[in-house]
Design a protein around this ligand. Structure first.
Ligand code: ATP
Length: 310
């Protein structure tokens, strides 16, 4: 892992009596796409607003490439590009004009025409902001976040409101941005987006980090453990005892008319061979994988009583 580009240590921030961020720590390495995932109101936006110097933490510290955004906001603006939720521009402003306007704030901005090419907006260069589609507005807001040639880009709720095709195109674009050497901090509440894009992520709930790791680590799909279900020919059910006796099997139980087996990475061949030795060939075998959504729901599942006390 490279040197840390973003460091958040025990961040806390309240708005009056609302504790938006209770205790968040995270480290983003150079060249990563790092996700902050969490339900509405979890404290994601507040965390990135502290990173971009828009809010002052009550306690804890935030650093971007070693810079404290509150003490040195000008230095942070030179290295950090921020696309916040719902960026609004004057309706009449044209795409290329907007980029040139933002470029004027930086000593060595990116070439606006090149950025338009990267973001697939070249044919919209003279279109007014109000005439852009939702996806095009979103792409322009990403271009505006990148125009200062930042080393780090914060993208907040990047694909909210986009249709499936525009979302996929935006994902491809984020990968290209990362490949061009920009470290990306992505705020999202879409599990599929985090699973597809992020190298690592934290899950935040009620202002606290409740899990962190790669999507594979969070879903338990990291090669350590496997689960599959199989249907055996009628009358051949050997009993789960036969399976749990195998060293590769940790759990075997019946789910409806299927047998679900969990174990080590080699559990599937071990079970198939053991059954074969008894002359049994499954009619059907299906692997089961937990999605990040399943993991997320399990992590942030709330008990209803707690919810009403919030
Ligand atoms: N300016 C503010 N004044 C008062 N309360 C605020 C303010 N901004 C956010 N909050 C509250 O702080 C909590 C965390 O909000 P925040 O916007 O950081 O969450 P989030 O995870 O980004 O949510 P979302 O996914 O809905 O954008 C919420 O309870 C929210 O209502």
């Amino acid at each position: 892992m490279g040197s840390p580009v973003i460091e958040v240590v025990h961040l806390a921030k309240s708005y009056g009596s609302t504790r938006a961020v209770a205790d968040v720590s995270l480290t983003v390495a150079e060249g990563e796409i790092f996700g902050i995932l969490g339900p509405n109101g979890a404290g994601k936006t507040t965390t990135v607003e502290c990173l971009s110097g828009l809010r002052s933490p009550d306690s804890g510290s935030v650093r971007v490439l070693g810079i404290d955004p509150l003490r040195d906001p000008a230095a942070v603006r030179q290295v950090l590009g921020v696309q916040l939720q719902e960026s609004r521009l004057p309706g009449k402003l044209r795409v290329l004009e907007a980029l040139r306007l933002y470029a004027a704030f930086y000593p060595e901005p990116a070439d606006p025409e090149e950025l338009l090419g990267l973001l697939g907006l070249t044919d919209r260069r003279d279109t007014s902001y109000r005439d852009l589609s939702g996806g095009q507005k979103q792409r322009l807001s990403i271009a505006l976040a990148l125009v200062g040639r930042p080393r780090v880009a914060i993208l907040d709720e990047l694909t909210t409101g986009l249709d499936p095709q525009a979302r996929r195109e935006t994902w491809g674009l984020i990968e290209r941005v990362r490949d061009s050497g920009v470290t990306v901090l992505l705020v999202t509440h879409f599990m599929d987006e985090a699973e597809r894009l992020c190298d690592r992520l934290v899950v935040i709930d009620r202002g606290q980090v409740v899990a962190q790791g790669s999507p594979a680590e969070l879903t338990g799909d990291d090669g350590e453990q496997r689960t599959f279900r199989m249907r055996l020919p009628a009358g051949s059910l050997p009993g789960t005892g036969l399976l749990t006796a195998l060293p590769e099997v940790t759990v075997a139980h019946e789910v409806d008319d299927l047998l679900e087996v969990t174990g080590t990475a080699t559990v599937l061949p071990a079970v198939i061979i053991a059954l074969h030795d008894r002359g049994i060939v499954p009619d059907e075998v299906r692997t089961v994988s937990r999605s990040l959504e399943d993991a997320f729901v399990a992590l942030v599942a709330r008990n209803p009583q707690e919810e009403t006390q919030r």
